[in-house]
Design a protein around this ligand. Structure first.
Ligand SMILES: Nc1nc(=O)c2c([nH]1)NC[C@@H]1CN(c3ccc(C(=O)N[C@@H](CCC(=O)O)C(=O)O)cc3)C=[N+]21
Length: 283
């Protein structure tokens, strides 16, 4: 049986430190501020946005919410971002993804000032990460790295297999593991012999978005398994990309879903916002 990597507990730990740092900044008259922009009324996005709002409140961060109707034009959204870029109370801007189909996502992400890009999605920040000099690192992969660190998982010289190649998780987590001197393989749904690739891994990062597609017998005994998947099956049930029950028979440590990577994602958003506010305070 494996150790459960408790994302909720690690997140609570880091959030305490963040709240303390917010108090220090407030004493210097700098209140960290996060703007969250939601376009449309996707129910999952609504849930995430209200979780972010609540997390800000608990940490003492000013949260500035903008809920826009689904018909909002690209120009209107770009105008709001321009306003937030210039707003001195705002240290971080997050535009909830996905955006409605009539809006060009990359145009919107590139409009966010790289100095306020707490999601780390602007090509400038992607480039900074790729060249080993990060400014803002994307929250989900950053949360994965913090969980590994908290669990004492050493990456140098290890085989890391990432399943999934998204800009939001797969690619950046691969770069972060490479920076920690791991040997990194990026796989995806079209990889030949995916099971055999995963079988080589000392650390598996699953981020494909397919419920329980990584089977227990793909896990090398003693491997560490990080499950980034959040797949809703049926009305309420949430499952990861890994068959947890079977994988936990072989892994030395594994993250659950829910209560694993999810809570870390929001925590790293708060973390990035406070880092941004510290840079403002230092100016
Ligand atoms: N610009 C942007 N930045 C994001 O960071 C972003 C986004 N868009 N769009 C959607 C995804 C998804 N995401 C999650 C955040 C928290 C949990 C989380 O806390 N999950 C809980 C369960 C919550 C539940 O019950 O649904 C858990 O895993 O324990 C999950 C997923 C951030 N995203």
């Amino acid at each position: 049986m494996s150790k459960i990597i408790d994302g909720k507990a690690i997140a609570a730990d880091i959030r305490k430190q963040i709240a303390a740092e917010v108090q220090v900044l407030k004493a210097e008259n700098v209140t960290p501020g996060l703007a969250v922009v939601l376009v449309g009324d996707d129910p999952a996005s609504r849930v995430y946005v209200s979780m972010k709002e609540k997390a800000c409140e608990q940490a003492g961060i000013f949260s500035d919410e903008h809920k826009l109707p689904a018909e909002t034009s690209e120009a209107q959204l770009l105008a709001l971002i321009d306003e937030l870029n210039r707003d001195r109370r705002i240290d971080g801007i997050l535009v909830q993804l996905p955006l409605p189909g009539h809006i060009d996502e990359s145009k919107v992400l590139e409009a966010i000032s790289p100095e306020k890009d707490v999601d780390g999605f602007h090509p400038y920040n992607v480039g900074r990460l790729a060249t080993g000099n990060p400014l803002f690192q994307p929250c989900t992969p950053y949360g994965v790295m913090k969980m590994l660190e908290h669990s004492g998982v050493e990456l140098a010289g290890k085989e890391v297999v990432v399943v999934g190649r998204s800009n939001i998780v797969g690619k950046p987590v691969a770069l972060m593991c490479l920076a920690k001197h791991a040997t990194v393989t990026i796989c995806h749904s079209r990889t030949r012999d995916l099971a055999d690739q995963v079988r080589r891994a000392d650390v598996v990062v699953a981020a494909v978005g397919r419920p329980e597609m990584i089977k227990g017998d793909w896990i090398k005994p003693g491997a560490v398994v990080i499950d980034v998947g959040v797949n809703r099956v049926g009305e309420k049930k949430l499952v990861g990309d890994v068959d947890f029950a079977a994988a936990s028979e072989r892994a030395s440590a594994i993250t659950p879903v829910p209560g694993g990577v999810g809570p870390m994602t929001i925590t790293m958003l708060l973390y990035n916002t406070v880092e941004s506010a510290k840079r403002r305070a230092a100016k």
